[in-house]
Design a protein around this ligand. Structure first.
Ligand code: PGA
Length: 255
């Protein structure tokens, strides 16, 4: 497990999967199977349409939190198809995934836009799960650290020290997302250590030590133990393997 000081996070990113009925079915079996969880935080990020019902389902469950998969940076206005932070917090959402590689690569979100969203989330008391990661091409060219450096410095450009520990960083190498190809625990640890040292220079070092850094990219029951054994890996962001209660719980309950 990661550092004792940082409570590990197990986050389910459902992407565009599950209707409201299916989300309720998942939660019914999850809650049935979960048992006692302590010292771990579990975050579910369903599609927007299931957020209202999920708010009620997680109420009173201390280890469970709700996340959105995206949001707009303005509080309201003529932005067809968008959702604001306030619309999310009203339903008990406490985290928001920002800068996911699918948002960056499919929907063209750039570092500047993501920075505005990070800012807006923090001002609305939503904790950003700020995603960064290199493509295969960038890794092969030896650019991994410079890509992470750019994404971190631009995406977190206006975050102040006193708010920095509200951020969760997710390192998700693009080549490992949804491909079945996980970064080795060593590759993940190396990137996490780089991110931690960058955070230590950008923010006060005590604060930087409190920021949780998750790994994402083909996490499954078979590799969770090796990943969590690394000291800088404070949890995981899980896509495919979070869609079934059984496999997600095997990840949450790894030991
Ligand atoms: P995956 O997705 O676990 O299906 O690779 C992870 C993510 O995109 O957050």
């Amino acid at each position: 497990m990661g550092s004792d000081k940082r409570i590990p996070i197990f986050a389910a990113n459902w992407k565009m999967h599950k209707t409201e009925v299916q989300a309720k079915e998942f939660m019914a079996s999850y809650l049935d199977l979960v048992g006692d969880i302590s010292g771990r935080e579990v975050i579910i990020a369903p599609p927007f349409t299931s957020i209202p019902c999920m708010g009620g389902l997680i109420e009173g469950k201390e280890h469970l939190f709700l996340a959105a998969q995206n949001m707009h940076y303005e509080s309201h206005g003529a932005f067809t198809g968008e959702v604001s932070a306030q619309m999310l917090t009203e339903h008990g959402v406490s985290f928001v995934i920002l800068g996911h590689s699918e948002r960056r690569h499919i929907f063209g979100e750039d570092d500047g836009l993501i920075a505005k969203k990070v800012d807006a989330a923090i001002s609305s008391d939503l904790c950003p799960i700020f995603c960064i990661g290199e493509t295969l091409d960038e890794r092969e060219k030896g650019e991994t650290f410079s890509v992470l450096e750019r994404q971190l410095s631009e995406g977190l450009s206006s975050v102040q020290d006193d708010k920095a520990d509200e951020i969760v960083v997710a390192y998700e190498p693009v080549w490992a997302i949804g491909t079945g190809k996980t970064a080795s625990a060593e590759q993940a640890q190396e990137a996490h250590a780089y991110i931690r040292s960058w955070l230590g220079q950008r923010f006060n070092s005590t604060v930087a030590q409190r920021i949780r850094i998750l790994y994402g990219g083909s996490v499954k029951p078979a590799n969770i133990q090796a990943l969590m054994a690394k000291v800088e890996i404070d949890g995981v962001l899980v896509g495919g393997a979070s869609l079934e209660p059984q496999s997600f719980l095997e990840i949450v309950n790894y030991n």
